[in-house]
Design a protein around this ligand. Structure first.
Ligand code: DQA
Length: 152
């Protein structure tokens, strides 16, 4: 079974009440439930986590990468600022896919730069909670290509 860690950064615990015009009404629990259903269809074992702390997010990435699990990451604001997160993806050898609910390229210029995108396999943004689902599908395919006989 393919192991995938879904890692969420700062303020994503506030989804549902946070700037609903941008992020919508779904909560992080709603997203976790939807991904769990899709993960089961794909034959993936999901670990779903959120933290507001940069160092903890780095530790989560290291743990996943060193265990050979795929990383689906919405690093939220740390996307745009964290060299440590980029180094953690590289250093742990994590296969990572970056996701965002909003279309960061249609927003403020400081959101146009991602420090982690260059070390991720790909980036999906702008589709609300569907970004996570699309990212999970993409990551499951990538992981399956690395692990013989794994689904899908
Ligand atoms: C976000 C986009 C980031 O720029 C922002 O800081 C977030 C959420 C998104 O999912 O759209 O917290 O990652």
């Amino acid at each position: 079974m393919t192991a995938i860690h879904v890692l969420n950064g700062p303020n994503l615990n506030l989804l549902g009440r946070r700037e609903p015009g941008i992020y919508g009404s779904a909560t992080l629990d709603d997203i976790a439930r939807d991904l769990a259903a899709r993960g089961a269809e794909l034959g993936c074992a999901l670990t779903f986590r959120q933290t507001n702390l940069e160092g903890e997010l780095v530790a989560f990435v290291q743990e996943a990468g060193l265990a050979g699990a795929g990383v689906l990451i919405n690093a939220a604001a740390y996307t745009h600022t964290s060299i440590a997160l980029r180094d953690a993806i590289l250093g742990s050898g994590a296969v990572a896919v970056e996701v965002h609910l909003s279309n960061v390229h249609a927003r403020e210029s400081f959101r146009h730069t991602s420090l982690i995108a260059p070390v991720c396999a790909g980036v999906i943004c702008g589709f609300g909670p569907l970004s996570y689902r699309l990212g999970l599908d993409a990551l499951a395919h990538l992981m399956a290509a690395r692990i013989p006989n794994a689904k899908p």
